[in-house]
Design a protein around this ligand. Structure first.
Ligand code: DMJ
Length: 400
């Protein structure tokens, strides 16, 4: 974006002030997707060694979390002491699918850059455990015990707790230059089960992806689940001829539903979750779900849909978001989340999440760029929108 000065300033901060020995609680998943992903992307885009060495140093610090009977990592780690434990809120000491299932892309690059296979081995082992365990109706529940390797609860969601696991399957295949056929098969099978059991159409004709609790459907879609329009479109591009149109239609319908969740609010920004029950369609019904914290998933899907179809409506929809952000979220020091999307005078939550810069603004920027800016043929975006190169040549450590 030609922000040269800002880049130099940030680089200096990474060199001088980025403390990797913090004696406190860090999320393995967040450190990986935000920090390691960000450092790797900065390295690949600039070739500056400091980003590579910090990424590798940080990667090493995450390894103790994998010392469990199954090798499924625990969710929380103290970067100073190397101690790790499970989230207090996760049932029975379990690990979260979207957390341990969202390491693959970055860890393959860590092995590639360091020549040390340990990172690739850790994530290939996660895949092995997942392939071994029985899946109810072919679905992947969100909680798995790192001790026994069994599911702890049968809650399935393509939104929070599950989301980026599915994303990393298709992107692992793409990043391997379509050689990692195991990841592709896992993605295809998972999507087939999701479509069979979770995809529904509302009375008003809106397609949505429900959540599944031990066989019972919760007719709710989280904002987080709205990334799936883009993911399904990306996968559709590479599906067999007869499935391609089908998945493109599904992606179009889901993205349309997510747009409706924005269009039906007073601010033209979408709520944290919206429901399809008791006469409600694509709107939040609970007070606690009416907030918007600058999340990217809806514009993320607009960006993929634009790049893959060039239907101008996706740019129009993106521009509606730009205007709504300016109107309701811009504050003196930056941008802020809002507490209620259904009022024209929302109050601010005084927080600018880092994914607003990393993802929301980046996807909006890319939506209005030429297709060859970070082309989808050469880059995959990690789940925090940090671009990682497709391995067009050959990854030594990766897919074996
Ligand atoms: C981001 O940190 C990532 O996209 C993650 O996968 C889930 N969603 C948040 C932003 O909403």
């Amino acid at each position: 974006m030609e922000l040269e000065e800002e880049f130099q300033e940030a680089k200096k901060w990474v060199e001088k002030s980025f403390d990797l020995n913090v004696n406190g609680e860090a999320s393995l998943f967040e450190v990986n997707i935000r920090y390691i992903g960000g450092l790797l992307a900065a390295y690949y885009l600039t070739g500056e060694e400091v980003f590579k060495s910090k990424a590798l140093e940080l990667g090493e610090k995450l390894l103790p979390a994998f010392n469990t009977p199954t090798g499924i990592p625990r969710g929380v780690i103290n970067l100073g002491s190397g101690m790790s434990w499970s989230w207090g809120w996760a049932s029975a000491g379990s690990s979260i699918l979207a957390e341990f299932g969202t390491l693959h892309l970055e860890f393959l690059h860590l092995s590639e850059l360091s020549g040390n296979p340990v990172f690739a081995e850790k994530v290939m082992n996660i895949r092995k455990v997942l392939n071994r365990v029985e899946k109810p109706q072919g679905l992947y529940p969100n909680f798995l015990s790192p001790v026994t390797g069994n599911w702890v609860q049968h809650h399935v969601s393509i939104g929070g707790l599950g989301d980026s696991f599915y994303e990393y399957l298709i992107k692992s295949w793409l990043m391997s230059d379509k050689k990692d056929s195991e990841a592709k098969k896992m993605y295809d099978d998972a999507l087939e089960a999701i479509e069979k059991h979770l995809v529904k159409k509302s009375a008003g004709g809106l397609t949505y992806i429900a959540e599944w609790r031990g066989g019972i459907l919760d007719h709710k879609m989280g904002h987080l689940a709205c990334f799936s329009g883009g993911m399904i479109a990306l996968g559709a591009e590479h599906a067999g001829q007869e499935r391609k149109q089908h998945y493109m239609d599904l992606a179009t319908e889901i993205t349309n539903t997510c747009h409706e969740s924005y269009a039906r609010s007073d601010t033209k920004l979408g709520p944290e979750a919206f429901r399809f029950d008791a006469g409600t369609e694509a709107m939040a019904t609970r007070l606690s779900e009416r907030y918007y914290i600058l999340r990217p998933e809806v514009v993320e899907s607009y960006m993929y849909m634009w790049r893959l179809t060039h239907d101008p409506k996706y740019r129009q929809w993106g521009w509606e978001v730009v205007k709504a952000l300016e109107k309701h979220c811009r504050v003196e020091a930056g941008f802020s989340g809002i507490r209620d999307v259904y009022t024209t005078t929302p109050t601010h939550d005084n927080m600018q999440q880092s994914f607003f810069l990393a993802e929301t603004l980046k996807y909006l920027y890319l939506l209005f760029c030429e297709d060859d800016v970070l082309s989808l043929d050469d880059w995959v975006f990690n789940t925090e929108a940090h671009p990682l190169p497709v391995n067009h040549t050959n990854f030594k450590a990766s897919v074996q």
